[in-house]
Design a protein around this ligand. Structure first.
Ligand code: NAD
Length: 298
């Protein structure tokens, strides 16, 4: 029987550790860790993601500060807000909820975030350190995937790993993290020819293409590990129950694989948990707190 890599269960276990860590250390720090989230505009999915982050913060004892700006706000006003938060001593982590409306220069805004507070790991200084395999804030979805693999002792070193997708948010940082852990990584994308053949060689296949049910069992080697990053809301006649699916046709693939991540309940919950972890690491660094959380670093 295939092994389910249960991100929901693992994230609850990690949250318990984080909660204890904060409750023990907040007397030394004399305040809770603080996370600022900047949302611009009315993208409904972003609204759901920000709410989930806020709830996760309150579960473990992180104070969240939500800044919901109208899409009429000027770029320089957002830059000023980021600068203010960079200097705010109560804020350990900060993120810009993506996507933001097209009129904004997203990369410029991200480059304004103090790298020490860049809990999404998207600032060029943190990406540069990832390329150099130096310690720095790492992006959350890839870090969550590595923790999921480790939780079941799935070896990365020496494995053939195929990553589908080369975005700055998922595919590229994930490929680099796996490479740093001595995987043999092939990064594929929308212009890759012969995707299926490349995937068939993978010991670990990671789908982050953002294409519903792109991967069926014909792409997958017997006994492989399959990680599904995609999240898609399918329209159903019963609107009260939106159905979610990933990039992988799971029902078809599960009988063939050693392990898989479900959608929902796989990579998604781990992404939020790693955001909490990054915020706590920044807090810990600021107050020189001792750590028993280092095994969560990718
Ligand atoms: P993106 O659109 O920025 O990037 C998609 C990548 O996939 C691109 O590099 C593109 O070249 C590649 N691609 C597209 N079609 C392809 C095809 N047919 N064959 C091979 N490669 C193809 O998306 P993203 O931000 O990287 O997100 C990818 C998916 O992961 C989305 O469904 C997104 O919702 C989901 N996601 C989930 C989480 C989570 O926490 N679970 C986090 C981030 C993103």
């Amino acid at each position: 029987m295939s092994l389910k890599l249960d991100g929901k269960k693992l994230s609850l276990e990690i949250e318990e550790k984080l909660k204890n860590y904060i409750s023990v250390n907040k007397t030394i720090a004399k305040r809770k860790p603080g996370l600022a989230v900047i949302r611009i505009g009315e993208d409904p999915a972003s609204g759901v993601y920000v709410k989930n982050k806020e709830k996760a913060c309150s579960r473990v004892g992180i104070k969240s500060y939500i800044f919901h700006l109208k899409d009429t706000v000027e770029q320089n006003k957002v830059e000023q807000l980021i600068n203010k938060l960079n200097l705010d001593k109560d804020i350990d982590g900060m993120l810009l909820q993506l996507p933001i409306p097209k009129k904004f220069d997203e990369q410029r805004l991200i480059s304004y975030i103090n790298p020490e507070k860049d809990v999404d790991g998207l600032n060029e200084q943190n990406i540069g350190k990832l390329v150099k395999n130096e310690p720095a804030m790492r992006s959350c979805t890839p870090a969550g995937i590595i923790n999921l693999l480790r939780s079941q002792n799935i070896t990365i070193e020496g494995k053939n790993i195929v990553v589908i997708g080369r975005s700055l948010l998922v595919g590229k940082p994930l490929s680099l993290m796996l490479l740093n852990l001595n995987g043999t990584v092939t990064m594929t994308h929308s212009k890759t020819t012969n995707l299926k053949k490349i995937c068939q060689e993978a010991d670990i296949l990671i789908a982050a293409a953002g294409k519903p049910n792109l991967i069926d069992s014909s792409f997958v080697k017997d006994g492989a590990v399959i990680i599904d990053v995609g999240i898609h809301r399918l329209t159903s006649s019963d609107k009260s129950k939106p159905r979610l699916c990933g990039d992988v046709l799971l029902g078809d693939v599960i009988p063939k694989v050693f392990a898989y991540t479900p959608v929902p309940g796989g990579v998604g919950p781990m992404t939020v948990t790693m955001l909490l972890v990054n915020t706590i690491f920044s807090w810990q660094k600021q107050f020189g707190l001792s750590s028993n959380l280092n095994d969560l670093l990718p």
